[in-house]
Design a protein around this ligand. Structure first.
Ligand code: ADP
Ligand code: MG
Length: 324
């Protein structure tokens, strides 16, 4: 071990210049001291990425650094929260200077884009695992929740679905755009902030559309019907479909419905707000697409454009099921 834990913190994390007015004490003391703006409340979330479980073992350090923060910012986006601070618990097998430098560069590149300040953490040696906790602000009563959808409301998603899932299934995704979607997901922060004015409920899609939409609906004991030909698919996704052999074409429906790791938002909007909401999201990266309708009868029903029902074979990624 060339450097001690303290050297790692100093070299790669404490030195980064970022100064938010609301950070009284950041990295370096026993705890950070942070000021929540008057009239606002703290939104706090945490996600762990374990090597080989949440990202392929060959993932670049930059991909891991970006994704560890991105998946947390995605949770803040799904709450309609404005991101502010992060803490980082980093477990690394050794002190690989190149690895640490690209990890922290990618972490800070994303953090700086959203004015997020790293205010503390913990550094340990062991099998590679990264835990980030993100903190943001919401105005009481204005946060987006998983509960709150009503029958008749429209269901939307941002961006495109199935890209990350497809990258995971490709034998050699290389540096392709799909691989970038897997390793460098874009947290939909701007969309989440706009949606505070329109959405009745929201969730981010980490485990697959059916699984996460299911979580959004289950609290209110609701169901939905989905137009599965309308699910947004990227050009790269559609191109890859062309070269798949015909009996693997089922992934055209399965991946956008069930693959995880897209980190898009899924949300519900009452019809009277849809026009205005669509106009505002049209100017934001990713945009949004209307994919279905909330219904009173529990369960998610999928239909093709010709009206025929479709039965998905997998629901979504489940961390503790024996058949993921
Ligand atoms: P303690 O022994 O009191 O827990 P540490 O030596 O673990 O202190 O950490 C020293 C300081 O460095 C603390 O302010 C802590 O929050 C910060 N820190 C440790 N690891 C990281 C990291 N990976 N990223 C950012 N800050 C870190
Ligand atoms: Mg510590």
């Amino acid at each position: 071990m060339a450097e001690s834990e303290f050297d790692i913190i100093r070299h790669y994390f404490a030195g980064h210049r970022s100064s938010r007015d609301d950070v009284m004490v950041g990295i370096g003391d026993d705890a950070a001291l942070l000021q929540v703006p008057p009239g606002r409340v703290l939104a706090v979330c945490m996600d762990t990425l374990v090597a080989g479980v949440h990202f392929p073992l060959e993932t670049t350090a930059a991909g891991i650094g970006h994704k560890a923060l991105a998946v947390n910012l995605s949770d803040l986006a799904a709450m309609g929260a404005e991101p502010a601070w992060a803490t980082l618990a980093l477990t690394v097998p050794d002190n690989d200077a190149t690895w640490l430098a690209s990890f922290s560069d990618a972490f800070f590149a994303l953090a700086d884009r959203y004015a997020v300040q790293l205010v503390g953490g913990d550094t340990t040696r062991g099998p590679l695992a990264v835990t980030v906790q993100a903190h943001g602000f919401v105005t009481p009563g204005k946060a987006l929740r998983r509960q709150g959808a009503r029958p008749g409301e429209r269901i939307y998603v941002t961006g495109t679905l199935g890209d990350a899932g497809l990258a995971l299934r490709m034998t050699d995704p290389g540096d392709s755009w799909l691989r970038t979607r897997l390793d460098f997901p874009e947290p939909r922060i701007e969309a989440g902030l706009v949606l505070r004015d329109y959405a009745s409920a929201a969730i981010d899609i980490s485990d697959g559309l059916l699984a996460d939409l299911g979580h959004l609906l289950e609290g209110d004991r609701l169901g939905a019907s989905l137009r599965i030909d309308a699910l947004p698919r990227s050009e790269a996704f559609l191109e890859a479909m062309q070269v798949l052999d015909p009996d693997r074409r089922g992934v055209y429906y399965e991946l956008p419905l069930s693959a995880g790791d897209d980190y898009e938002l899924c949300f519900t909007v009452a019809e009277k707000y849809c026009g205005e909401m669509e106009a505002r999201l049209a100017g934001i990266p990713g945009g949004c697409r209307w994919i279905g309708v909330v219904e009173a009868a529990p369960g998610i029903r999928c239909y093709r454009d010709d009206g025929s029902p479709y039965r998905p074979s997998v629901i979504g990624y489940q961390h503790f099921s024996s058949t993921p």
